[in-house]
Design a protein around this ligand. Structure first.
Ligand code: ADP
Length: 306
């Protein structure tokens, strides 16, 4: 998509967004609530009309009305659309019929989709008896019946417990293994990081970053963090000396604890040795890889979630 824009009245919800999804790749579209994620995916599916810009799939423009390009897209909206008084299988048959499937092909696609989302043994049960995560998986199955090349999921884990979240990830990984392209919106960096080949960060309708997870990590000043608890409060002179050490990107102090940002985890051992050499007894220390969650803070000065 190139330079896509969309306003609601005077409010610019999407402001010149461009990114590409390579065939077989997963793009994670991440941003806080109100960033413009749903509006963006709504335009890709052709559900919303863009004010400006161009969206193409395999060279065909996606616009209003039915088109061959749109048939290559499956959409899993945030709001679930299931009939509680029909069984899971009957729900799928209904969706399949809407896509023009019938007979043996409809039956086969429903069976395949139920197996992929791991709901085969619940085919005869009504979604009313399903957990939030199972309903979400049934919705994913419904979006797959016409065998789309690109599947778009709008915040598929909202309101889903951690165990069901993992079941959704398993389903998405199975889709990746089939070579499908995915666009996945979320405001959870760790989810997108797990699945995405490429991460597009948007805020206020604009793209702030469009990179691989590894490249995003490179943009974080600290790749690792070292937390050290000293026997007594650290003197200010110690902080500035630490700051000047090779590989140290930043130092913060809260009472007897030092939080030391490191350019790479290999710097942890020499920094600890140096502290020992300065005569400071260490009560406790721990190291951690910095989280990509910090990239949003770095780019905007705000957290991804309040
Ligand atoms: P996200 O999916 O990232 O939470 P949205 O695309 O839903 O963001 O919303 C982007 C902006 O557009 C927000 O400021 C939101 O309030 C506004 N918006 C979304 N849908 C509508 C609508 N139907 N009418 C008016 N404003 C809307």
């Amino acid at each position: 998509m190139e330079q896509i824009s969309k306003s609601y009245g005077a409010r610019k919800a999407v402001d010149g967004v461009s990114f590409k999804v390579q065939r077989g790749q997963t793009v994670g579209l991440i941003g806080p609530n109100g960033a413009g994620k749903s509006t963006t995916v709504g335009m890709i599916c052709g559900l919303l009309r863009a004010d400006g810009g161009r969206i193409t799939l395999d060279g065909d423009v996606i616009g209003q009305g039915a088109s061959a390009a749109k048939r290559k897209i499956g959409f899993v909206p945030q709001d679930l659309a299931l009939y509680d008084d029909l069984s899971a299988l009957e729900n799928l048959k209904l969706f399949g019929a809407l896509y023009g499937l019938s007979g043996a092909q409809l039956k086969e696609r429903c069976t395949q989709a139920l197996a992929l989302v791991n709901l085969t043994d619940r085919a005869a049960d009504a979604p009313a008896s399903f957990s939030g995560g199972m309903k979400r998986r049934l919705n994913i199955a419904a979006a797959l019946l016409h065998d789309p090349q690109l599947l778009i999921l709008d915040e598929p884990t909202v309101g889903v417990d951690p165990q069901s979240r993992n079941a959704i990830f398993d389903t998405l990984e199975a889709l990746q293994a089939q070579g499908r392209s995915l666009i996945y919106t979320s405001h959870y960096m760790e989810e997108v990081e797990r699945l995405a080949d490429h991460i597009v960060i948007i805020d206020h309708g604009k793209v702030l970053a469009d990179e691989t997870p590894a490249a995003l990590y490179q943009r974080l000043p600290a790749q690792a963090a070292l937390q050290v608890e000293l026997a007594g409060e650290a003197p200010a002179a110690l902080l500035s000396a630490l700051q000047a050490l090779d590989g140290v990107t930043g130092v913060e102090r809260t009472e007897a604890t030092l939080n030391i940002g490191l350019a790479a985890s290999e710097h942890a051992a020499p920094v600890l040795a140096w502290l020992n050499g300065q005569g400071h007894a260490l009560l406790h220390f721990s190291t951690a890889r910095t989280s990509l969650e910090n990239i949003f803070l770095n780019l905007t000065g705000r957290s991804l979630r309040d």
